[in-house]
Design a protein around this ligand. Structure first.
Ligand SMILES: [Zn+2]
Length: 110
């Protein structure tokens, strides 16, 4: 599972196939398949260990469980950063070539 946390408004959203934005509207994103997310804005993407999450869901209400999470780097294979105007639907995103995506990521980082 991936979450997106906006650095401006501190809003945390659960990324899904539906496009979502944070409370201030500066950051947002969506999954384009089961693994890859497309995101934009002044934010970080937080990956959560799915096995830990399932264990926590199965645990009793009074049990504490650790859930591992990590900040995902901008160059990861499963996170694609784009400018906000280019946050598009999964079908459109998947039609783009790798070169298009790499160009957008490069421009976003400059
Ligand atoms: Zn925000």
């Amino acid at each position: 599972m991936k979450l997106l946390m906006c650095k401006r408004c501190k809003c945390v959203i659960v990324l899904s196939l539906e496009k979502k934005c944070c409370a201030c509207g500066k950051s947002g994103g969506a999954y384009v398949n089961e693994i890859v997310v497309v995101v934009h804005g002044p934010a970080i993407v937080i990956g959560m260990n799915n096995s830990d999450l399932h264990d926590a869901l199965d645990a009793g209400n009074n049990e504490h469980r650790a859930i591992r999470a990590w900040k995902m780097g901008r160059r990861g294979d499963s996170v694609r950063w784009v400018r906000s105007a280019q946050l598009i639907g999964a079908d459109d995103y998947l039609k783009q070539t790798t070169l298009d995506v790499e160009k957008m990521v490069k421009e976003e980082l400059e």
